[in-house]
Ligand binder design. Structure first.
Ligand code: GTP
Ligand code: SPV
Ligand code: MN
Length: 588
């Protein structure tokens, strides 16, 4: 398929290591995808769903031990340990290659190696970067076909260059004990073995577009962030763009596709989705910060997605979708998950493929079950989605799940303080990664599991970017997840989050006032519109905006500890911000 000697030499090496029976290049043609789909169906890896209700949709189940990202088995392999930093698992590259070579040896015997050339970003555009993934999984090929731009046009655009990310994936035996997701940022290389779960094996996503790309971005003067991108169109037809970083399963897909509350729809407001998970941010010729979504589809959390919470995502799943680890409704050959509706199917299989009784009290779908859907099938996909220049960003937003501490929204006082606000993000853990759920952990910029280098230097890179961007976006923090005494969410969330975004945009245009608190600016409660909300009044908003000094003093102590754990790469500017926060909290 190519005469590129860098590509061909590398493939020969990987072939010699993994010894597949055959090698198949993915050209991206419909005919080839269709043939592979048929093969996957015949092998039982996929099952075809009801062609009338869900045309071109399939269901897949992973191994029960393989349902989420495995952070404890994810490594950044830089020559110097300090370059990976204390928040990443580290292995010496030579040692890691040697260890993994033993596992890859003959791992594709009896199987086919698929060669997937893919582009993160519009093929051939200045923002785009190319990867090649070698895999023994058709499921991976079919998902990459939805999530990225693949095929012949990509390999042609690479020409004879050596500038591509080399990804090797083998399911091997799906052996948990020998599962490794390893990144070699200095070699543009990713090796993943013994998993078949999305985030571990769709190498364009977290492995490339965040871990490798964040490393490249630091060296090349741009940023790769775990952010959704959305556009808000006002009744005059002007569109302003926001990028927002929330940890895994904390609401990016939902916010990216939100439907404005009726009062705003009537006035003519619209929301456009540019991306739901990853943003590559660069300084444009006009000195503003511009964002592209390097992906081509959504790998979204299924549970909780419904006609009310996210009708746009639900619509995107109605065709050309691969569902992973959801409930299989055997009566009409469709799918179901917790939070879809109140009618769980009676005749169904759970995510493990076992007969499932909805009254058993056991969940039918895995909490991290997912849909892989094409971006172009989303009704609110932005007309700018395929614009190679991306979109200009007015505001950057951080957020997480905090039951008590963080107010509904607050604004940083300037870029440096905004970087501090991002660096102190914390969130209760979710099912998107293996491990305990609901434990508060620090997750700066939602990048803790995805930063390909030293976290302290990453903060430094944010500060450096701030010096170069001529028209700086304003930086905010939001929290949709405050709970009351009974543990219920106080803020309605979902589409109603628009009410908060509009205050954010007003602040960017100096159209709204704010109240100074020890942690930053919060809205005057009357400036968050509660019209049309049931049970949420100005008083509720006031409560949601309170900043409890005692709770924040504890928080500051936690931040100090976190900074200490990262060590002396934390920029002095951020220590200064922490000192200032402590002073503000101590002031009467
Ligand atoms: P990843 O794909 O893992 O990066 O997740 P994500 O950040 O895109 O999260 P997603 O939008 O899929 O939401 C995850 C969960 O959070 C779902 O169960 C949602 O129902 C829930 N959620 C999203 N937005 C809100 C909100 O505004 N309020 C509340 N209470 N829950 C929300
Ligand atoms: C996340 O966990 O943040 C995801 C899903 O978006 S995964 O692709 O598994 O990383
Ligand atoms: Mn994500």
């Amino acid at each position: 398929m190519t005469s590129n000697k860098f590509v061909n030499t590398w493939i020969e090496e990987m072939k010699a290591l993994t010894t597949p029976d055959s090698v198949v290049w993915i050209d991206g043609s419909e005919a080839q995808i269709e043939a592979l789909t048929q093969q996957s169906l015949a092998a039982g890896e996929l099952q075809k769903l009801n062609g009338e209700k869900l045309p071109n949709c399939y269901i897949h189940r992973t191994a029960v031990n393989d349902v989420a990202r495995v952070e404890h088995r994810t490594f950044i392999c830089t020559r110097k340990k300090e370059d990976a930093g204390p928040t990443n698992n580290w292995m010496d590259p030579a040692e890691c290659y040697e260890k993994l070579r033993k596992l890859y040896k003959g791992s594709m015997k009896g199987r086919t190696m698929y060669v997937i050339p893919y582009s993160m970003g519009i093929v051939g555009s200045e923002f785009a970067k190319i990867g090649i993934e070698l895999t023994d999984s058709i499921y991976v090929v079919l998902n990459m076909n939805i999530m990225t731009r693949i095929g012949k046009t990509v390999i042609d655009s690479l020409g004879d260059q050596s500038d591509f990310v080399k990804g090797l994936h083998s399911k091997a035996d799906i052996d948990e004990e020998n599962r490794y997701i390893c990144h070699f940022p200095e070699d543009n290389t990713i090796w993943s073995i013994n998993s078949g779960y999305g985030g571990n094996v769709l190498l364009g996503k977290k492995c490339f577009a965040l871990r490798i790309a964040s490393f490249l971005g630091r060296n090349e003067g741009w940023m790769a962030e775990h952010m959704l991108i959305l556009g808000i169109e006002n009744p005059q037809g002007e569109i302003k763009y926001i990028a927002a970083a929330f940890p895994s399963a904390c609401g990016k897909t939902n916010l990216a596709m939100l439907i404005p509350p009726e009062i705003y729809r009537k006035k003519g407001y619209k929301v456009w989705c540019v991306g739901d998970d990853i943003a590559w941010l660069r300084i444009g010729p006009d000195g503003r910060l511009w964002a592209v979504n390097p992906e081509n589809g959504f790998f979204g959390v299924a549970p909780g997605t419904n006609e009310k919470s996210n009708p746009n995502a639900l619509a995107a799943t109605k065709r050309d979708t691969i569902f992973t680890n959801v409930v299989h409704n055997l009566d009409d050959n469709t799918v179901w998950w917790e939070g879809l509706d109140k009618n769980p199917p009676k005749n169904a299989l759970n995510w493990k493929g076992e007969k499932w009784d909805p009254d058993s009290g056991e969940k039918g779908a895995h909490p991290n079950s997912r849909f892989t859907s094409k971006a172009i099938n989303c009704p609110c996909i932005s007309p700018e989605f395929n614009n190679p220049n991306g979109v200009p960003i007015s505001a950057l937003v951080f957020g997480g799940r905090r039951a008590k501490t963080a107010p509904l929204v607050y604004q940083s006082t300037d870029w440096q303080h905004g970087v501090f606000v991002g660096s102190i993000m914390a969130s209760e853990t979710t099912a998107a990664a293996a491990g305990a759920v609901g434990v508060v952990r620090r997750d700066p910029m939602a990048m803790l599991p995805f930063c390909g280098y030293n976290m302290g230097e990453y903060f430094g890179h944010w500060l450096e970017m701030g010096k170069k961007i001529k028209k700086l976006p304003k930086i905010f923090n939001v929290n949709w997840f405050r709970t009351d005494e009974a543990g219920d969410f106080i803020w309605p969330g979902f589409g109603d989050n628009m009410r908060v975004l509009l205050w954010i945009l007003d602040r960017c245009e100096d159209k709204a006032d704010a109240v100074r608190t020890p942690i930053g600016y919060v809205p005057d409660p009357k400036d968050i519109n509660t019209e049309g909300l049931e049970g949420v009044t100005e008083a509720t908003v006031k409560e949601l905006l309170t900043v409890d000094k005692d709770v924040w003093k504890q928080e500051a102590a936690g931040i100090k500890e976190f900074y200490a754990s990262i060590g002396d790469t934390i920029p002095k500017e951020l220590h200064a911000e922490l000192d200032q926060l402590q002073k503000n909290l101590d002031a009467k």
